[in-house]
Design a protein around this ligand. Structure first.
Ligand code: KIV
Length: 278
C-alpha cells in the first residue's frame, strides 16, 4: 500500500491549530487492543511511563526503561491508525546532555514508529528540547508535577504552593515553549496557574489535574476506566472496570468449579475419526 492510501495520522500542525479552539482529547495507551479502542476518539495517544506503575506494578516511574517504552510503543503504534502517538522518554534517558537525549529519542522513534517523544522538562531541559527539535524530533514538554522527580519532591505533590514554586512552573513552561516544544503537559497545579501557563506559551497546553481552560486534557486511561480503588482527586471515573472484572472473575470461577463451563455450545463437535483400514 502506498503512503497516500494509508489513514492519515494527526500531525503537529493539527495539534498547533487547536490552541484556543477545540480542546485536544488525549489519553494514555500501553497495549495494541486498548490503542485500537481509544484511537477513533483521541487526538493524541501517549505511551506514558506511567505504564511502569499501571502495568508493571512499580512504585513510581523511576524504574521504567527504554526497553519497556519501546515494547509498549510498538504495540500502541500497531493498534492505532489516526491519533498522534507520543512516547515518554524514561528517567535517565535524556537528562545527561542533549546528545544522550537525541540518541535515545531517535531509538524510540525508529524502533516504534511514534511521531514524538515527551520529556519531563525542568528548565534544564531547554537545551535538550531545542537540540531534538532542530534534529527532527517533535517534543512534548511536561511541567508542574513531574512524576520522575518523586524522590526529590518526597511524593506526588501538586505544584505552585509557594511564590517561587508558582514562578518555577511558568518558567519551565516558557523554557519548553521557547525551545520549540509542540505541546506541554501541565500536571498538578491550580486552575489559575494552569491558565497563566496556557496564556504564557504559544503551543497547546494539555492539562492533568490542572484546568478546563488548558488547550486539551489527558488522563491515565486505567484511572478513568475505574481500574483502581484509589485515584488522585482530579480523576473522573467514566467506567467501573475494576468492579466488572471482579464480578467476571468470580462468575468464571464459580462456573468452572460447578462444571457448567464449558457448556455444550462452547465445545468442538468433531467426530472421532474411524481407524484407517486400507
Ligand atoms: O506517564 C504518563 O502517563 C504521563 C501522563 C499522566 C501525562 O506523563
Amino acid at each position: 500500500m502506498s503512503a497516500q492510501n494509508q489513514t492519515r495520522r494527526k500531525t503537529v500542525k493539527d495539534l498547533a491549530a487547536a490552541k484556543g479552539e477545540t480542546p485536544l482529547v488525549c489519553l494514555t495507551a500501553y497495549t495494541a487492543p486498548m490503542a485500537e479502542l481509544l484511537d477513533p476518539h483521541c487526538d493524541v495517544l501517549l505511551v506514558g511511563d506511567s505504564l511502569g506503575m499501571v502495568v508493571h506494578g512499580l512504585p513510581s516511574t523511576v524504574g521504567v526503561t527504554m526497553e519497556m517504552m519501546i515494547l509498549h510503543g510498538q504495540a500502541v503504534m500497531r493498534g492505532s491508525k489516526q491519533a498522534f502517538v507520543v512516547v515518554d522518554m524514561p528517567f535517565g534517558s535524556y537528562e545527561t546532555n542533549p546528545d544522550q537525549a537525541f540518541l535515545n529519542a531517535a531509538e524510540l522513534m525508529q524502533k516504534t514508529g511514534c511521531q514524538a517523544v515527551k520529556i519531563e522538562s525542568g528548565t534544564f531541559a531547554r537545551a535538550q528540547i531545542a537540540h531534538l527539535v532542530e534534529r527532527g524530533v517533535p517534543v512534548m514538554g511536561h511541567v508542574g508535577l513531574r512524576p520522575q522527580a518523586v524522590n526529590v519532591d518526597g511524593g506526588f505533590r501538586a505544584k505552585g504552593r509557594t511564590e517561587a514554586g508558582w514562578a518555577r512552573a511558568i518558567e519551565e513552561a516558557v523554557a519548553a515553549d521557547e525551545a520549540g516544544a509542540f505541546a506541554i503537559v501541565v500536571e498538578g497545579v491550580s486552575q489559575d496557574l494552569a491558565a497563566e501557563i496556557t496564556n504564557a506559551v504559544s503551543c497547546p497546553t494539555i492539562g492533568i489535574g490542572a484546568s478546563p481552560t488548558c488547550d486539551g486534557q489527558i488522563l491515565v486511561t486505567d484511572d478513568m476506566l475505574g481500574m483502581f480503588d484509589w485515584t488522585p482527586k482530579f480523576v473522573r471515573k467514566f467506567a467501573n472496570l475494576r468492579g466488572e472484572i471482579e464480578t467476571a472473575a468470580k462468575d468464571y470461577a464459580a462456573a468452572v468449579r460447578e462444571r457448567s463451563f464449558p457448556g455444550a455450545d462452547e465445545l468442538y463437535r468433531i467426530k472421532r475419526p474411524q481407524k484407517d483400514t486400507s
